[in-house]
Design a protein around this ligand. Structure first.
Ligand code: NAD
Length: 508
């Protein structure tokens, strides 16, 4: 695809305009290796589908170990040639900023690709996902020439320097729920530090990623510094995990597959594994609050945004019994506003579930909740069935206990479980009684309780009197089985750099 394919204009941003543009939108279908579009060596493909109507979009190259071998050879050669890593940091920065600019130029086209393949509403891919990617890349571009080394204080007779070096060849393996934003969280620090990166998007969300990667070349990033391996997880993903010449993996996805990457590392070259995995985040509302309308909005968006397909979704509402019914009445009003719609309609607030198998899994959990004795207050219906896509309405289960499967397992759909409690101590105990530790939140007017909860909650991010407030300069990641290491902020460079100590003796 050339660099000037389709640039949409604001004029086209209504349902009819987006629908029309779909018909002439080029769909990437090949892996992007060494700056070229490539079929899989085996010639095999998989089908990319549109979750909003179930129809095939395009056949995409299904890479396997042979293609991974090729990509790693190119990546290693680029790293050894130092074509990218030894470019002066200000020049690397300029390339990454130019790349971010190119993505911005093509923002609407890229957002449309993401909407088509993930079923997310176009209003969100244009306003959140693509700007999130661009913002992340810009932030790391600006940071990369400000990473100073250190000097260790070892006395007058020596100089002891501590520098950061790129780790080498990095594979970024990412999920389908925020494919571009999360790719940016890996690519920003990994490329910024001078590594050669091989990106593997989830098989459900390949197309927008390919378009973004292609633009990197036009911005001056060498072909071997950023490649994209398309393919299935147990083939292409596993081959990356087991490859003996990959130095680090930046993984985001399920806890189950995250654990596999630890095994891959153990069974190959002990490559460094960064993990961002699942969650079951508690959202506590104490009795000491006075603005239930505002809290209800945060509860609703905290769990239902992105169809509930969000790792840090506030899926467990742990609410003081004395205010529970008042709060739920207000949350329900938000559910009415967040009904699923056509993802191409800029007015839609919720889109389609990623694929039929996943929608079935969510529906199974809804049945499981009923069987366990929880009370489905509303929602949890499959709607818009004529479309051919899988749309599920926002659901609330009341009278949930924390031992039920719907309270313990990641549903990854628009399902809120409500656990009534009496007082803060019980709320904190329930909140921490989970295998996960990604996000947590508490609403309270009592300063001491807010501080106490922030210390007590075992989660990578604790929100006090808000939910999902975020910035690229704040670390993001999980305690417990939600992961290892952090994305975002300067701390993300730790995953993709080695510390080098150089000891220079001055005395003869
Ligand atoms: P997933 O684990 O199924 O897949 C993630 C990636 O791993 C994909 O690229 C996939 O192709 C690959 N993969 C799948 N099986 C593999 C295997 N056997 N070997 C190697 N690679 C394999 O996750 P998903 O369904 O794409 O995404 C949803 C999950 O991601 C949820 O659990 C969610 O909580 C998690 N997630 C976490 C964060 C975070 O920052 N902590 C962010 C977003 C999503």
């Amino acid at each position: 695809m050339a660099d000037d394919t389709v640039i949409l204009t604001p004029r086209t941003r209504d349902l009819a305009g987006w629908q029309k543009l779909v018909t002439r939108l080029p769909l990437p279908r090949h892996a992007y290796l060494d700056g070229e579009w490539q079929n899989a060596a085996s010639g095999r493909t998989f089908t990319a589908r549109n979750p909003a109507n179930g129809e095939p979009l395009v056949e995409v190259a299904a890479c396997d170990a042979a293609d991974v071998e090729r990509a790693v050879t190119v990546a290693r050669r680029t790293f050894e040639d130092a074509e990218w890593r030894d470019l002066p940091p200000t020049e690397r920065k300029a390339c990454m900023l130019a790349w971010a600019d190119a993505i911005t130029t093509h923002a609407d086209e890229i957002a449309l690709l993401e909407t088509l393949e993930t079923g997310k509403p176009i209003g969100q891919t244009t306003s959140v996902d693509v700007p999130g990617l661009v913002g992340g890349l810009r932030w790391y571009a600006e940071a990369l020439d400000k990473l100073y080394g250190e000097t260790a204080p070892n006395g007058a007779s020596s100089v002891c320097l501590i520098d950061r070096e790129p780790v080498g060849v990095v594979a970024a393996v990412v999920p389908w729920n925020y494919p571009l934003i999360i790719a940016g969280w890996k690519l920003g620090p990994a490329l910024g530090a001078g590594n050669s990166v091989i990106l593997k998007p989830a098989e459900q969300s390949t197309l927008a990623t390919l378009r973004v990667a292609e633009l990197a070349r036009h911005a001056g990033i060498p072909a071997g510094a950023l490649q994209v391996i398309t393919g299935l997880g147990h083939e292409a993903g596993q081959a990356l995990g087991l490859h003996p010449d990959i130095d680090a993996i930046g993984f985001t996805g399920s806890t189950e597959i995250g654990k596999k990457f630890l095994e891959y590392s153990a069974h190959s070259n002990m490559k460094r594994i960064g993990l961002e995995c699942g969650g079951k985040s508690p959202h506590i509302v104490t009795r000491d609050v006075d603005d239930l309308d505002r809290i209800a909005m945060y509860v609703a968006y905290g769990v239902w945004y992105n169809q509930g397909e969000t790792c840090h979704a506030g899926t467990r509402l742990i609410v003081d019994r004395s205010i529970k019914d008042d709060l739920l009445a207000r949350v329900r009003q938000w559910a009415d506003k967040l009904q699923p719609g056509d993802p191409l309609d800029p007015e839609s607030q919720m889109g389609a579930m990623i694929e039929p198998e996943h929608a079935d899994k969510v529906m199974d959990y809804l049945q499981q909740g009923r069987d366990e004795g929880a009370r489905l207050l509303f929602g949890g219906e499959r709607v818009r069935r004529d479309s051919g896509g899988d749309f599920i309405t926002p659901a609330i289960f009341d009278d949930v206990t924390n031992d039920m499967r719907i309270a313990r397992e990641e549903i990854f759909g628009p399902v809120l479980v409500v656990i009534p409690v009496d007082g803060l101590d019980e709320a904190l105990e329930v909140a921490n009684d989970t295998d996960y530790g990604l996000g947590a939140a508490i609403w309270t007017n009592r300063l001491n309780d807010g501080h106490r909860a922030a210390r007590a909650l075992r989660a990578g991010t604790v929100w006090v009197n808000c939910y999902d407030h975020t910035s690229i300069n704040a670390p993001f990641g999980g305690f417990k089985q939600s992961g290892q290491g952090r994305d975002k902020s300067l701390h993300a460079f730790d995953k993709y750099t080695e510390l080098k100590t150089t000891w220079i003796e001055l005395d003869d």
